[in-house]
Write a protein that binds this ligand. Structure first.
Ligand code: AMP
Ligand code: MG
Length: 327
């Protein structure tokens, strides 16, 4: 198998299997399956099982590659979480389509604790948009390969995002090639449909998207920026890296992520795959100051603040409005 074919086979298989787990868990979501992490963000059975499944599949194809995932198994190993642990093992087995032991599942999860300063590593958000997932709305399984600080390959599995009238879209991008959308549940069309960003000449016709959570992006600032740009359409609020997918396929032409806290640093797994999907679809992605995203700084984008992703043609105009409003 050629290198790109192998990357594609591994990443698509991993994300598709994880998506099956996430879809199943979301369908029967109950409060009992939520445990509070130290940072108070909800972590679900599906979050851990998704990471276990993706890490297991990547290990089969690329045993030497590290994975930088959002989760680790520490909380899951405690006695207090034995019930949750059992659920995670059961869900991972469903995703992998084979029996797995508790020890194997915990080890797969911890394969996701690799060094984010390595020359080559994968980064994974097993469920990006946990809040959307818990609300029964949008979320994504986001997986990207980073080599020498460049995102080389990216996949976004979006189980609730519509494609051809049905829920379930899978976005794929390889650096230097275009971006495509595939059916998430049916792998019979291997190539999928090419996607392209909006062709806009003026920001007046733009529609922008942003987080549902006002804690993740400043909604009042975005409203002022929209006004500056002459945007009249209401913002489109959607959780997770589905926002990048929406810009890439022209559901929206701008994605604004405006810092709400001076000390917050964006996480690499929240942006790597999405950024590549937008760029390969012809768009542009920077931080709010117009800087390129720097993936050489470990688990966080230490040198960046917020995100501006656009269809490209309006990027400089959007950055100017962001600067004017944010001062
Ligand atoms: P979204 O679905 O776009 O609202 O983003 C979800 C992601 O926001 C999660 O994966 C978190 O890593 C991230 N996040 C958590 N706190 C913040 C914050 N204060 N600012 C920006 N992003 C955050
Ligand atoms: Mg996330």
């Amino acid at each position: 198998m050629k290198n790109e074919e192998k990357l594609r086979a591994a990443a698509l298989s991993a994300v598709r299997k994880a998506a099956v787990v996430c879809r199943g868990v979301q369908a029967k979501l109950v409060d009992a399956s939520t445990l509070e992490k130290k940072d108070k963000s909800p972590v679900t059975v599906a979050d851990f099982a998704s990471q276990a499944v993706v890490c297991s599949v990547l290990q089969e194809y690329f045993p030497d590659d590290g994975v930088v995932g959002e989760e680790d198994s520490e909380a899951l190993r405690s006695d207090a979480n034995s019930g949750l642990r059992g659920e995670v093992v059961a869900q991972a087995a469903i995703g992998l389509g084979r029996g797995v032991s508790e020890g194997q599942v915990l080890d797969y999860i911890d394969r996701g604790t690799a060094d984010a300063r390595a020359e080559r590593y994968w980064t994974l958000d097993p469920i990006d948009g946990t809040k959307g997932f818990l609300r029964g709305q949008q979320y994504a399984i986001a997986l990207a390969l980073i080599e020498n600080g460049e995102v080389e390959f990216g996949v976004l599995g979006c189980p609730n995002l519509e494609l051809n009238g049905q829920a379930g879209a899978l976005f794929v991008a390889a650096r230097g090639s275009g971006a495509a959308v595939l059916d998430l549940w049916d792998d019979s069309d291997a190539a999928g449909q090419p996607i392209h960003v909006a062709q806009l000449t003026s920001t007046k016709e733009a529609r922008f998207c942003e987080s549902v959570e006002s804690a993740h992006s400043d909604h009042s600032e975005s409203a002022q920026i929209a006004q500056q740009l002459g945007i009249t359409l209401e913002p489109f609020r959607i959780d997770s890296q589905c926002k990048y997918a929406c810009v890439a396929r022209d559901d929206a032409s701008i994605y604004l992520r405006l810092p709400t806290r001076a000390d917050y640093r964006e996480k690499i797994w929240d942006h790597a795959a999405g950024k590549l999907v937008v760029e390969c679809a012809g768009g542009r992605v920077t931080d709010v100051n117009g800087l390129d995203l720097d993936f050489t700084q470990g688990r966080s984008l230490e040198r960046n603040r917020g995100i501006v992703a656009t269809c490209g043609s309006v990027h400089d105009a959007v950055l100017a409005a962001v600067a004017a409003v944010r001062g």
